[in-house]
Design a protein around this ligand. Structure first.
Ligand code: ZN
Ligand code: ZN
Length: 337
């Protein structure tokens, strides 16, 4: 089938380099996609730099890839050659464990992340097991839809998993790549929406994305002004905040879910949790079916990431831009091999 060009990390420091590898023959269950666009997610940088100690070098990052299907194995039925399909954080799972059989393939103990032990989407082509080749609805703009596959799926899944109702008041903490999509989903879900941001100049944009109220995420007084008002809080940041104050913003029976990988321990009053019967949880990406429902929901409600484009050949500049905190709100790389 010929070698595949991509941008590779060979070690934890330094820049991504142009690289090519010879793929194995396409498996019966596999789909090959010619990447046209691939979002740049913080996790790509974490893997390239081995921040989590999980990286297997060399690795081509990229796990928000969209393009046309160029080849399918003989057992593939969900997509055809020529269809647009996307690949997010996973490219495989065992398909026979209890979690896979329930449809929760993303929780499978043998789930295969796209960029750990596998090459991702900063490349001409990407391959995946068919179930993780997610068909892209025609109403979505493929040039900006890539970030829905990781960021979008990650913030959409909690609306289903935690039973969010249109009558709920939802708080979204952090208005970045994840949060700006979460605001759009929460508004389209029908909720009253409060954005928590540390960046004052994002206030008008947060309202544009669907927030009804905007609160300073780092001011304990401002957070406590929301005491006993929220049914659900979605935490999209990965830094430490005054979690005990956030717990107080929840109503009785309120829930708070982390999708950002906060590395510091979360300190809060157990008394507040017990007396208020409150829940603190984590939420891990989305199943293939939830990802499909998310794309359909986004197409129906015209939800789209706000993106900045870089040619894929400028991936290193794009990473610097992301790490500078200046990306508004998500970077997409346009394949230019
Ligand atoms: Zn990601
Ligand atoms: Zn499984």
């Amino acid at each position: 089938m010929g070698a595949i060009n991509g941008w590779v990390a060979k070690q934890s420091t330094g820049k991504l380099q142009l690289f090519n590898y010879e793929p194995k023959s396409l498996g019966d269950e596999e789909v090959e996609i010619a990447v046209e666009y691939c979002g740049l997610c913080h996790s790509d940088v974490s893997i390239a730099h081995n921040n989590w100690g999980l990286t297997q070098y060399p690795v081509i990052p990229g796990h928000e890839a969209i393009g046309k299907v160029t080849a399918i194995g003989k057992n593939v039925l969900n997509v055809k050659v020529g269809d647009y399909a996307g690949v997010g954080w996973h490219v495989g799972s065992c398909m026979h464990c209890e979690l896979c059989l329930e449809g929760n393939h993303n929780l499978c103990n043998d789930v295969r992340p796209t960029i750990i032990g596998n090459h991702g989407g900063f490349a001409e082509k990407i391959r995946t097991k068919w179930i993780w080749a997610i068909p892209v609805p025609k109403a979505l703009d493929v040039s900006s839809a890539g970030p829905l596959l990781c960021a979008g799926a990650t913030v959409f899944a909690p609306f289903e998993n935690f039973g969010i109702k249109p009558t709920h008041h939802v708080g979204i903490v952090g208005i970045g790549g994840l949060g700006h999509l979460a605001l759009q989903f929460a508004n389209a879900w029908g909720c009253e929406v409060t954005a928590f941001s540390s960046t004052a100049d994002k206030k008008d944009e947060a309202i544009g994305f669907g927030a009804h109220h905007v609160i300073n995420s780092r001011s304990t007084d401002d957070i406590l002004s929301m005491t006993n008002k929220l049914d659900f809080l979605l935490i999209t940041v990965n830094n430490k905040l005054d979690w005990s104050a956030y717990v107080k913003t929840l109503k009785k029976n309120g829930k708070m879910a982390f999708v950002g990988l906060v590395l510091d321990p979360v300190e809060t009053s157990v008394v507040d949790l017990v007396v208020g019967q409150k829940l603190i949880a984590g939420s891990a990406n989305a199943s293939p079916s939830a990802t499909s429902r998310m794309l359909e929901f986004a197409a129906r409600h015209k939800i789209a990431p706000l993106v900045e484009h870089f040619p894929m050949s400028k991936v290193n500049e794009a990473i610097d831009h992301l790490l500078s905190g200046k990306a508004r709100y998500r970077v997409v790389l346009d394949a230019d091999f």
